[in-house]
Design a protein around this ligand. Sequence first.
Ligand code: ATP
Ligand code: MN
Length: 482
Amino acid sequence: MQSYGIKSLLEKGKDLVLQEVVVCGWVKSFRSNRFIALNDGSTIHNIQIVVNFEDFDENLIKQISTAASLRVKGEVVESQGAGQEIEIIAKEIKVLGVAPSEQVQETILQPKQHSLETLREQAHLRFRTNLFGAIMRVRNSLMFAVHKYFNENGFVYVNTPIITGSDAEGAGEMFHVTNFNLENLPRTTDGKVDYAQDFFGKATNLTVSGQLEGEAAAMGLGKVYTFGPTFRAENSNTTRHLAEFWMIEPEIAFMHLDQCMDLSEDFLKYVITYAMENCKDDLAFLADRYTKEQQTKPAAERSDLGLMERLDYVLNNKFVRLSYTEALEILKESKPNKKGKFKYPIDGWGTDLQSEHERYLVEKHFKTPVILFDYPQEIKAFYMRLNDDQKTVRAMDVLFPGIGEIIGGSEREDRLDVLDQRMAQFGIDSNELGWYRDTRRFGTVPHSGFGLGLERLVLFVTGMGNIRDVIPFPRTPGSAEF
Ligand code: ATP
Ligand code: MN
């Protein structure tokens, strides 16, 4: 007797007719005391189990209800009904776990429409829903594609530390890591917290990026990438920010910014294509949800493309590339700016762009993803390569429809003297980053890299609107449930 996951069972389809099989899963619905829709999470589709109730004990039938878990042995037959190719005539049913309906009623397992907020409150149960199941399988597919892409292109996967001793990058946005008794902190004679007595003998934090260590690795391994959890204590309660998210950061020796833009575009197109080819059913379901959701929106905010068209559109168009300065001119002359529609009006050169500006460029002006480059040096990080104009750095941001910034990257400052100057300008203690300076002291080379937030990518591909809905257990300001 062969056990099957429901996905492979449905894929084999009619080849299995007349065979006895075993399947396990959870009851999605039980109609007319006769038809069980069973799902095991391997696919969005259910297998129909036909129960001839004369063959079974009445008490057993009573235990079969929505959300209960079952092991079913039975015979595969061609389905009489519409909607499925095959079904299973149950011979033996074992109820592995019951789910009393009065308990189910209180939860999102109750088969009816629940709001996304309600699903979030029951994050431990939402894995069981069609929607979250589809999102998680797409997420998985994208993560796999990330590794596949880099592996096929000769990158080495390196793991950078999660606990970091340098706070140069994310001053103020970092979570402290300590094993001090917070009720009784050791103090130095001048009353400051004495970090020398802490676990690592110094103050430590959760990392906001693996980049600096990634650069060190690239200076020996050539092409590397990191893919790990990243933490930001920024208090931005938006639909695009999490306090804990997963970041993909390639870093490439001997690469200039133009090639890095090529890489980011090629990489994004590859992983999106992979998910489209490998998650067809889940994406069909998500596309349907997306279309219905668009219809509830005011006309001005509605997207005129369906989810799949939107993905195709990104794949089939070359990303527009323009400098920050050029973008600023477009924004300055734009209708919403002239009519005072931007929350942050565009005034002088040098201000940071807000999400509303990024989305205007992508969604209204160019109608394609945009890569902006050469940003004012004051608004970007110290490690970005200074241009000859002394005003801008070789930074790039990839901007996507509905999302805004999906990738941030740069060519790194490879000249030690300029790096030192920039660190001084940003008030960064060069002793603390001595190891980073060393990478420029022993055979420095031009190099570039970028960071992609996995969840922003999953948001885009699934058409979801809130980043809390594309990660299993979201961490946001004021919320660390489960
Ligand atoms: P933003 O301006 O959107 O806050 P950022 O400029 O702070 O982003 P970077 O430091 O450039 O972000 O990080 C690289 C990438 O990581 C971003 O392009 C984005 O995809 C992702 N990212 C950054 N912050 C978050 C966050 N809080 N939650 C989820 N993803 C994030
Ligand atoms: Mn950025």
